[in-house]
Design a protein around this ligand. Structure first.
Ligand code: NDP
Length: 294
Protein backbone atom coordinates (compact mmCIF):
# COMPACT_ATOMS: atom_id res chain seq x y z
CA UNK A 1 0.00 0.00 0.00
CA UNK A 2 1.30 3.52 -0.81
CA UNK A 3 2.16 5.69 2.15
CA UNK A 4 -0.36 8.39 2.99
CA UNK A 5 0.43 11.89 4.18
CA UNK A 6 -2.54 12.15 6.50
CA UNK A 7 -4.85 9.57 7.99
CA UNK A 8 -7.68 11.99 7.16
CA UNK A 9 -7.01 11.20 3.50
CA UNK A 10 -7.84 7.57 4.17
CA UNK A 11 -10.80 8.42 6.40
CA UNK A 12 -12.22 11.66 4.89
CA UNK A 13 -15.46 11.64 6.87
CA UNK A 14 -14.11 10.32 10.17
CA UNK A 15 -12.40 13.00 12.23
CA UNK A 16 -11.99 10.87 15.34
CA UNK A 17 -8.78 8.84 15.28
CA UNK A 18 -8.14 6.13 17.88
CA UNK A 19 -5.48 7.27 20.32
CA UNK A 20 -2.41 5.58 21.77
CA UNK A 21 0.74 7.14 23.17
CA UNK A 22 3.49 7.09 25.74
CA UNK A 23 3.91 8.14 29.37
CA UNK A 24 7.57 8.70 30.30
CA UNK A 25 9.97 11.26 31.68
CA UNK A 26 12.11 12.36 29.90
CA UNK A 27 9.95 11.96 26.82
CA UNK A 28 11.42 14.27 24.21
CA UNK A 29 14.37 12.07 23.11
CA UNK A 30 12.23 9.00 22.46
CA UNK A 31 11.75 8.47 18.69
CA UNK A 32 8.91 5.93 19.10
CA UNK A 33 6.23 8.49 18.16
CA UNK A 34 7.93 9.06 14.80
CA UNK A 35 8.17 5.38 13.86
CA UNK A 36 4.71 4.39 15.11
CA UNK A 37 3.04 7.26 13.26
CA UNK A 38 5.01 6.34 10.11
CA UNK A 39 3.51 2.84 10.36
CA UNK A 40 -0.01 4.26 10.93
CA UNK A 41 0.32 6.48 7.83
CA UNK A 42 1.78 3.73 5.69
CA UNK A 43 -1.00 1.27 6.55
CA UNK A 44 -3.79 3.88 6.55
CA UNK A 45 -4.57 3.13 10.21
CA UNK A 46 -6.80 5.86 11.66
CA UNK A 47 -4.73 6.20 14.85
CA UNK A 48 -2.50 8.85 16.43
CA UNK A 49 0.37 8.33 18.93
CA UNK A 50 0.72 11.07 21.57
CA UNK A 51 4.11 11.31 23.30
CA UNK A 52 3.54 12.67 26.84
CA UNK A 53 5.93 13.84 29.55
CA UNK A 54 4.54 11.99 32.59
CA UNK A 55 6.47 10.90 35.68
CA UNK A 56 5.37 8.99 38.77
CA UNK A 57 3.42 11.94 40.23
CA UNK A 58 0.98 12.17 37.36
CA UNK A 59 0.93 8.55 36.21
CA UNK A 60 -2.30 7.54 37.97
CA UNK A 61 -4.13 10.57 36.55
CA UNK A 62 -2.66 9.93 33.10
CA UNK A 63 -3.89 6.31 33.11
CA UNK A 64 -7.36 7.44 34.23
CA UNK A 65 -7.28 10.18 31.56
CA UNK A 66 -6.35 7.74 28.82
CA UNK A 67 -9.26 5.50 29.84
CA UNK A 68 -11.64 8.48 30.03
CA UNK A 69 -10.63 9.62 26.54
CA UNK A 70 -11.07 6.17 25.04
CA UNK A 71 -7.37 5.58 24.28
CA UNK A 72 -6.63 2.10 22.93
CA UNK A 73 -3.47 1.85 25.02
CA UNK A 74 -0.08 3.35 25.77
CA UNK A 75 3.61 2.67 26.22
CA UNK A 76 5.45 3.28 29.48
CA UNK A 77 9.12 4.03 29.71
CA UNK A 78 11.49 5.40 32.37
CA UNK A 79 10.44 5.80 35.24
CA UNK A 80 7.00 4.21 34.90
CA UNK A 81 7.52 0.60 33.82
CA UNK A 82 7.10 -0.86 37.30
CA UNK A 83 4.97 1.92 38.82
CA UNK A 84 2.21 1.51 36.21
CA UNK A 85 1.43 -2.00 37.51
CA UNK A 86 -0.38 -0.34 40.44
CA UNK A 87 -2.89 1.24 38.08
CA UNK A 88 -3.78 -1.58 35.68
CA UNK A 89 -6.07 -4.60 36.01
CA UNK A 90 -4.08 -7.52 34.64
CA UNK A 91 -0.64 -8.61 33.41
CA UNK A 92 0.45 -10.82 30.52
CA UNK A 93 2.54 -13.90 31.43
CA UNK A 94 6.02 -12.57 30.72
CA UNK A 95 5.23 -9.08 32.09
CA UNK A 96 4.25 -10.84 35.32
CA UNK A 97 7.59 -12.70 35.46
CA UNK A 98 9.62 -9.66 34.39
CA UNK A 99 7.76 -7.44 36.86
CA UNK A 100 7.65 -4.51 34.42
CA UNK A 101 5.29 -3.25 31.73
CA UNK A 102 6.09 -1.19 28.66
CA UNK A 103 2.79 -1.58 26.80
CA UNK A 104 -0.74 -1.26 28.20
CA UNK A 105 -3.81 -2.33 26.26
CA UNK A 106 -7.14 -0.69 27.12
CA UNK A 107 -10.09 -2.87 26.15
CA UNK A 108 -13.40 -1.43 24.88
CA UNK A 109 -14.91 -1.96 28.36
CA UNK A 110 -12.06 0.03 29.97
CA UNK A 111 -10.18 -2.90 31.50
CA UNK A 112 -6.40 -2.67 31.21
CA UNK A 113 -3.70 -5.30 30.61
CA UNK A 114 0.04 -4.77 30.84
CA UNK A 115 2.50 -6.50 28.51
CA UNK A 116 6.26 -6.19 28.07
CA UNK A 117 7.32 -6.00 24.43
CA UNK A 118 10.99 -5.05 25.08
CA UNK A 119 12.17 -8.65 25.43
CA UNK A 120 9.76 -9.95 22.77
CA UNK A 121 11.06 -7.31 20.34
CA UNK A 122 14.60 -8.33 21.15
CA UNK A 123 13.90 -12.04 20.61
CA UNK A 124 12.29 -11.22 17.26
CA UNK A 125 15.38 -9.23 16.20
CA UNK A 126 17.69 -12.13 17.13
CA UNK A 127 15.38 -14.75 15.61
CA UNK A 128 15.55 -12.90 12.29
CA UNK A 129 19.25 -13.90 12.07
CA UNK A 130 19.60 -17.11 14.13
CA UNK A 131 17.68 -19.71 16.11
CA UNK A 132 17.83 -19.10 19.87
CA UNK A 133 17.15 -22.75 20.77
CA UNK A 134 19.87 -24.22 22.99
CA UNK A 135 22.13 -21.17 22.64
CA UNK A 136 24.60 -19.82 25.24
CA UNK A 137 24.17 -16.13 26.03
CA UNK A 138 26.33 -13.52 27.75
CA UNK A 139 24.08 -10.73 29.04
CA UNK A 140 25.82 -7.49 30.07
CA UNK A 141 23.71 -5.70 32.69
CA UNK A 142 20.85 -6.74 34.96
CA UNK A 143 18.45 -3.77 34.86
CA UNK A 144 15.01 -3.44 33.27
CA UNK A 145 16.02 -4.20 29.69
CA UNK A 146 18.25 -7.12 30.79
CA UNK A 147 15.40 -8.53 32.84
CA UNK A 148 12.97 -8.40 29.90
CA UNK A 149 15.55 -9.83 27.49
CA UNK A 150 16.72 -12.55 29.88
CA UNK A 151 13.18 -13.77 30.61
CA UNK A 152 12.04 -13.75 26.97
CA UNK A 153 15.25 -15.36 25.67
CA UNK A 154 14.88 -18.07 28.34
CA UNK A 155 11.19 -18.64 27.48
CA UNK A 156 12.17 -18.78 23.79
CA UNK A 157 14.60 -21.65 24.45
CA UNK A 158 18.15 -20.43 25.13
CA UNK A 159 19.93 -22.94 27.39
CA UNK A 160 22.45 -20.84 29.36
CA UNK A 161 22.57 -17.19 30.35
CA UNK A 162 25.63 -15.66 32.02
CA UNK A 163 24.59 -12.36 33.63
CA UNK A 164 27.29 -9.75 34.29
CA UNK A 165 26.62 -6.84 36.60
CA UNK A 166 28.78 -4.19 38.25
CA UNK A 167 27.24 -4.92 41.65
CA UNK A 168 25.67 -7.83 43.49
CA UNK A 169 22.11 -6.67 42.78
CA UNK A 170 22.43 -8.55 39.46
CA UNK A 171 22.05 -11.83 41.36
CA UNK A 172 18.30 -11.15 41.61
CA UNK A 173 17.96 -11.59 37.84
CA UNK A 174 19.93 -14.86 37.98
CA UNK A 175 17.65 -16.16 40.74
CA UNK A 176 14.57 -15.12 38.76
CA UNK A 177 15.78 -16.90 35.61
CA UNK A 178 16.70 -20.08 37.51
CA UNK A 179 13.41 -20.16 39.45
CA UNK A 180 10.92 -19.05 36.80
CA UNK A 181 12.34 -20.19 33.43
CA UNK A 182 13.90 -23.39 32.02
CA UNK A 183 17.29 -21.71 31.31
CA UNK A 184 20.38 -22.15 33.51
CA UNK A 185 21.67 -18.75 34.67
CA UNK A 186 24.98 -17.86 36.32
CA UNK A 187 26.26 -14.60 37.78
CA UNK A 188 29.57 -12.79 37.23
CA UNK A 189 30.45 -9.77 39.36
CA UNK A 190 31.73 -7.40 36.66
CA UNK A 191 34.58 -5.64 38.45
CA UNK A 192 37.28 -6.49 35.89
CA UNK A 193 37.85 -6.36 32.14
CA UNK A 194 35.85 -9.35 30.98
CA UNK A 195 36.84 -11.98 28.40
CA UNK A 196 33.82 -13.25 26.47
CA UNK A 197 33.98 -17.09 26.82
CA UNK A 198 34.90 -18.66 23.47
CA UNK A 199 31.84 -20.97 23.47
CA UNK A 200 29.36 -18.04 23.68
CA UNK A 201 26.77 -17.87 20.90
CA UNK A 202 25.08 -14.51 21.61
CA UNK A 203 26.49 -11.42 23.39
CA UNK A 204 24.07 -8.70 24.47
CA UNK A 205 24.72 -5.22 25.84
CA UNK A 206 21.80 -4.28 28.09
CA UNK A 207 23.64 -1.49 29.93
CA UNK A 208 23.43 2.21 29.04
CA UNK A 209 27.21 2.30 28.38
CA UNK A 210 27.59 4.33 25.17
CA UNK A 211 24.06 5.77 25.19
CA UNK A 212 23.72 9.34 23.92
CA UNK A 213 25.18 11.73 25.11
CA UNK A 214 27.87 9.44 26.63
CA UNK A 215 28.76 8.02 23.24
CA UNK A 216 32.48 7.66 24.02
CA UNK A 217 31.87 5.28 26.97
CA UNK A 218 33.11 1.76 26.31
CA UNK A 219 32.14 -1.56 27.86
CA UNK A 220 34.69 -3.09 30.22
CA UNK A 221 35.39 -6.12 28.01
CA UNK A 222 38.35 -7.34 25.96
CA UNK A 223 36.87 -6.58 22.56
CA UNK A 224 39.25 -9.02 20.86
CA UNK A 225 37.44 -11.90 22.61
CA UNK A 226 34.42 -11.29 20.34
CA UNK A 227 34.59 -14.00 17.66
CA UNK A 228 33.13 -13.99 14.13
CA UNK A 229 30.72 -16.85 14.95
CA UNK A 230 29.09 -14.84 17.78
CA UNK A 231 25.85 -12.91 17.30
CA UNK A 232 26.32 -9.50 18.93
CA UNK A 233 23.39 -7.26 19.91
CA UNK A 234 23.21 -3.84 21.54
CA UNK A 235 20.09 -2.44 23.22
CA UNK A 236 21.16 1.16 22.81
CA UNK A 237 18.98 2.77 20.14
CA UNK A 238 20.87 6.09 20.00
CA UNK A 239 23.49 6.22 18.56
CA UNK A 240 22.87 3.39 16.13
CA UNK A 241 26.59 2.60 15.85
CA UNK A 242 27.88 2.36 19.43
CA UNK A 243 31.52 1.46 20.09
CA UNK A 244 30.31 -2.06 20.96
CA UNK A 245 28.53 -2.41 17.59
CA UNK A 246 31.59 -1.01 15.81
CA UNK A 247 33.94 -3.42 17.65
CA UNK A 248 31.76 -6.37 16.68
CA UNK A 249 31.66 -5.30 13.03
CA UNK A 250 35.44 -4.78 13.14
CA UNK A 251 35.94 -8.28 14.61
CA UNK A 252 34.03 -9.75 11.66
CA UNK A 253 31.01 -10.94 13.68
CA UNK A 254 28.58 -12.19 11.06
CA UNK A 255 25.44 -10.84 12.75
CA UNK A 256 25.60 -7.50 14.56
CA UNK A 257 22.29 -6.01 15.70
CA UNK A 258 22.08 -2.36 16.81
CA UNK A 259 19.42 -1.41 19.39
CA UNK A 260 17.34 0.07 16.60
CA UNK A 261 16.18 -3.45 15.67
CA UNK A 262 14.81 -4.07 19.17
CA UNK A 263 13.12 -0.66 19.23
CA UNK A 264 11.37 -1.27 15.92
CA UNK A 265 10.31 -4.83 16.76
CA UNK A 266 8.89 -3.94 20.16
CA UNK A 267 6.84 -1.21 18.45
CA UNK A 268 5.56 -3.70 15.82
CA UNK A 269 4.34 -5.94 18.65
CA UNK A 270 2.74 -3.03 20.56
CA UNK A 271 0.87 -1.89 17.44
CA UNK A 272 -0.41 -5.45 16.95
CA UNK A 273 -1.78 -5.40 20.52
CA UNK A 274 -3.51 -2.04 19.98
CA UNK A 275 -4.80 -2.34 16.41
CA UNK A 276 -4.70 -6.05 15.56
CA UNK A 277 -2.57 -5.17 12.48
CA UNK A 278 0.83 -6.59 11.52
CA UNK A 279 2.70 -3.48 10.38
CA UNK A 280 5.80 -3.39 8.20
CA UNK A 281 8.96 -3.15 10.35
CA UNK A 282 10.92 -1.85 7.36
CA UNK A 283 8.75 1.30 7.19
CA UNK A 284 9.64 2.05 10.81
CA UNK A 285 13.33 1.24 10.35
CA UNK A 286 13.46 3.68 7.42
CA UNK A 287 11.75 6.40 9.45
CA UNK A 288 14.15 5.85 12.36
CA UNK A 289 17.12 6.21 10.02
CA UNK A 290 15.53 9.34 8.54
CA UNK A 291 15.02 11.01 11.93
CA UNK A 292 18.58 10.09 12.97
CA UNK A 293 19.90 11.50 9.69
CA UNK A 294 21.46 8.18 8.58
P1 NDP B 1 18.51 0.19 33.94
O1 NDP B 1 19.00 1.43 34.60
O2 NDP B 1 17.31 -0.51 34.44
O3 NDP B 1 19.70 -0.91 33.94
C1 NDP B 1 21.01 -0.59 33.54
C2 NDP B 1 21.95 -1.75 33.83
O4 NDP B 1 23.27 -1.39 33.40
C3 NDP B 1 22.09 -2.10 35.32
O5 NDP B 1 22.37 -3.46 35.45
C4 NDP B 1 23.28 -1.23 35.73
O6 NDP B 1 23.94 -1.72 36.87
C5 NDP B 1 24.16 -1.40 34.51
N1 NDP B 1 25.14 -0.33 34.38
C6 NDP B 1 24.94 1.00 34.59
N2 NDP B 1 26.09 1.68 34.34
C7 NDP B 1 27.02 0.75 33.99
C8 NDP B 1 28.41 0.80 33.64
N3 NDP B 1 29.07 1.96 33.60
N4 NDP B 1 29.05 -0.35 33.34
C9 NDP B 1 28.41 -1.53 33.38
N5 NDP B 1 27.11 -1.66 33.72
C10 NDP B 1 26.42 -0.53 34.02
O7 NDP B 1 18.33 0.59 32.40
P2 NDP B 1 17.47 -0.19 31.30
O8 NDP B 1 17.68 -1.64 31.52
O9 NDP B 1 16.09 0.34 31.24
O10 NDP B 1 18.19 0.27 29.95
C11 NDP B 1 19.46 -0.25 29.59
C12 NDP B 1 19.74 0.14 28.14
O11 NDP B 1 18.80 -0.49 27.29
C13 NDP B 1 19.61 1.64 27.89
O12 NDP B 1 20.65 2.04 27.02
C14 NDP B 1 18.27 1.78 27.17
O13 NDP B 1 18.28 2.86 26.26
C15 NDP B 1 18.22 0.47 26.41
N6 NDP B 1 16.85 0.05 26.06
C16 NDP B 1 16.59 -0.11 24.74
C17 NDP B 1 15.34 -0.50 24.31
C18 NDP B 1 15.10 -0.66 22.84
O14 NDP B 1 13.95 -0.87 22.44
N7 NDP B 1 16.13 -0.63 22.01
C19 NDP B 1 14.25 -0.77 25.27
C20 NDP B 1 14.65 -0.60 26.66
C21 NDP B 1 15.91 -0.19 27.03
P3 NDP B 1 23.38 -1.43 38.36
O15 NDP B 1 22.88 -2.76 38.79
O16 NDP B 1 24.53 -0.94 39.13
O17 NDP B 1 22.32 -0.39 38.24
Amino acid sequence: MDSKDLNAEAYPLDFLPRLVGSFASPASENPTVAIVEAAFRHHGLHYRYINCEVGHDQLKAAVEGAKAMGWRGFNCSIPNKVEVIKYIDDLGESARIIGAVNTVIIEENGTTRGENTDGKGFVKAISDVTSVQGKRVVLLGAGGAARAIGVEMALAGVSEIMVLNINESGRALVDLLNQRTPAKATFVLWNHTFDIPADTDIVINATPVGLYPNVEQRLNIHAETLKPNMVVADCIPNPVYTHFVKYAIGRGCQHVLPGMNMLVNQAVIAIKYWTGENVDAEVMRKELKRVFGL
